[in-house]
Write a protein that binds this ligand. Sequence first.
Ligand code: CP
Length: 350
Amino acid sequence: MRHIISFEDISPDEWARLYGLTLDIIARPGDYARSCAGRVMAALFYEPSTRTNFSFQAAMQRLGGGVIGFSDPSVTSASKGETMRDTMIMVSGYSDSIVMRHPCAGAAKAASLYSSCPVINAGDGGHFHPTQTLTDLAAITRLRGGLRGMSVGICGDLKYGRTVHSLITALARFEDVTLHLISPRQLACPKYLRVFMQQRKMRFYEVTNLEAALGSLDVLYMTRIQRERFDDPKEYDRLKGVYVLTARKLSLAKGDLLILHPLPRVDEINPDVDGDPRAKYFFQAETGMYARMALLLELTALPKLTPERDYTETGRLCRNPGCITFREDYLPFLEENGRCVYCDYSLKGD
Ligand code: CP
């Protein structure tokens, strides 16, 4: 493992090893209390976070390592016009891993071009959030032993929900999983993911009605409508509150359903669900800290990297205004299989 930009950067064997390590850390935390002594993690949060930022920081501290970073870029030299490129060159010299969240899709990929230590994508705009998926898979596996044969419902904002995008790419690895993608049509999952699911021969259904799907699910992964990603606030107002899981609706669900949510929630899970034994979102969030400890243990032990570029610059421009190439305009524009390598936006106009 090097940079973790998408969940695809973690091979099935690496996932199995990380999960085993996660369980061992949970069972014997004291054995790991000095495992990262002398190592430094940088937490660069250009966008708000509670769970990801604090769980990574807690993870590093529980491993005996140090943490530098910020949760407000206005207190850094980015506010004076410093490029992300220069920030990455500097910070990777100070640290052994960089955990980065950014509002632009593709920001972590861009950072990795200039970093001499592993970059961990802690959420890049509405694109990917691979360590949330590490958390989600670890939580499901702890509770049910695995995902094989499961019927998984993902409900809410599938267009902008980066946790959803990473989870879908991960679920391709598990046998006999059926996906129920539950969203308003305006918030259906992006085309590149639909193509991915078709190419990987995943069994998936795109539906709009949560109640109709509820009874067939083994896992229900609720997500919030991502207000901050909407260009038009009126569109958000039209769609907010479209799905609200309540204790009453849960009478339609299986007795052993797992209810997950990456959090934060707004109104899509009524607090009257919290007391239901099927509600596992706080367990999920806590599991995330242990999974991140396992990841940091592996990544911060790596020797320094030499930043390298495997792609040929195209001279074209991404057309996604949310792509990092619009904000950091010195970035080489890189293309792979007709897609922007930063944000996955199709360059063919589909
Ligand atoms: N799940 C998640 O990414 O939460 P935060 O935005 O609080 O980090």
